[in-house]
Design a protein around this ligand. Structure first.
Ligand code: ATP
Length: 248
C-alpha cells in the first residue's frame, strides 16, 4: 500500500452473473482526503462502496481499507470505518439522545465516553433544545448533520457517505460540508458519493465512473482544465453522456 494511503484499490471488479457492475477500478485515497465518488445512476458506485465497506465480496482485484483486506479482514474494516447513507442512518422513533447512546454502544464506547461525545456533539450542532426530541420530528438537514456526527462518533479512520445530503437545499448542504471539512482536518478520510455538482466542487479529488469504469480522476480544478470547461457540472455531463448503461 502506498505510504499514507488509507484506501488502496487495484483492478477491483464485481460481476453479477455475466454483468460487470464494477469493472477493474484502481485508485488510492490519502489520510484526511475528501474523495468524491461520482457517476450517473447505475454506474456502479454503490456496488464498489459495498465492497470497500466489507459488505460484499469482490469477484476480482485487490483492495485494502484502513490497512485491511476486503476479502479476509472485513470485521476489522467495519471496526475502522463509519457509514452514512440517505436510506440507512438513525432511528426515527428514538430521540436524539437515545440514538447517540445506541450507536455509541454499538461502536464500543463507554458510558462516560458517550456522555462526553454527546455533550460535544450537541454543542457543535447547536442542538441542545432538541436532545429529547424524536429524530423523526427533526428537519431533514438536522437529521443529516446528526447522522454524520454519529457516523464518526468512534473517530473511524474513514467515513463512507452514500448521497448524504439528498433532498436538501445548497445552503443546508454547505453547512453539512463544514462538518466534513472539520472531520477531514482531524485526519478522518471522507469517501462520498453525490449527485450534486456543488458538492463535487468541494472535494479534494473526484473520480468519475461510467459503466463500471473510472473514466477520470483528479482535483475539480484539474478536471475542469482537462475538459476545458468551467464547472464540474459540465465535466460530469461530458462523461456521463458516454454511458451506454441504462439506469434503473
Ligand atoms: N445484486 C445485484 N444483482 C444484479 N445486478 C445488480 C445488483 N446490484 C447492482 N446491480 C446492477 O449493477 C449496476 C450498478 O449498480 P449500482 O447500484 O452500483 O450503481 P450506482 O452507481 O450506485 O447507481 P445509483 O446512483 O443509482 O445508486 C446497476 O445496473 C444495477 O442494476
Amino acid at each position: 500500500m502506498k505510504e499514507n494511503a488509507v484506501i488502496a484499490v487495484e483492478g477491483l471488479t464485481k460481476k453479477f452473473g455475466d454483468f460487470t457492475a464494477t469493472d477493474a477500478i484502481t485508485f488510492t485515497v490519502k489520510k484526511g482526503e475528501i474523495f468524491g465518488f461520482l457517476g450517473a445512476n447505475g454506474a456502479g458506485k454503490t456496488t464498489a462502496m459495498r465492497m470497500l465497506c466489507g459488505l460484499s465480496v469482490p469477484t476480482a482485484g485487490k483492495a485494502k481499507v484502513a490497512g485491511f483486506d476486503v476479502y479476509r479482514e472485513t470485521e476489522k474494516i467495519k471496526q475502522n470505518i463509519g457509514y452514512m447513507s440517505q436510506k440507512f442512518s438513525l432511528y426515527e422513533d428514538l430521540t436524539v439522545k437515545e440514538n447517540i447512546r445506541f450507536f455509541g454502544g454499538i461502536y464500543g464506547l463507554s458510558d462516560q465516553q458517550i456522555k462526553e461525545k454527546r455533550e460535544a456533539l450537541v454543542q457543535e450542532l447547536e442542538m441542545g433544545s432538541a436532545i429529547n426530541k424524536l429524530v423523526g420530528d427533526l428537519p431533514l438537514g438536522w437529521k443529516q448533520k446528526l447522522a454524520f456526527s454519529v457516523a464518526i462518533l468512534h473517530r473511524p479512520q474513514i467515513v463512507f457517505l452514500d448521497e448524504p445530503t439528498g433532498g436538501v437545499d445548497p445552503v443546508t448542504r454547505r453547512q453539512f460540508w463544514d462538518l466534513i471539512y472539520k472531520a477531514s482536518d482531524e485526519g478522518i478520510t471522507v469517501f462520498v458519493t453525490t449527485h450534486y455538482m456543488d458538492e463535487a466542487e468541494y472535494c479534494h479529488r473526484v473520480s468519475m465512473m461510467v459503466d463500471g469504469k473510472i473514466k477520470a480522476l483528479d482535483s475539480p480544478k484539474n478536471l475542469k482544465k482537462q475538459f476545458q470547461v468551467d464547472s464540474m457540472n459540465e465535466v460530469f455531463y461530458h462523461l456521463a453522456r458516454q454511458a451506454q448503461r441504462k439506469s434503473d
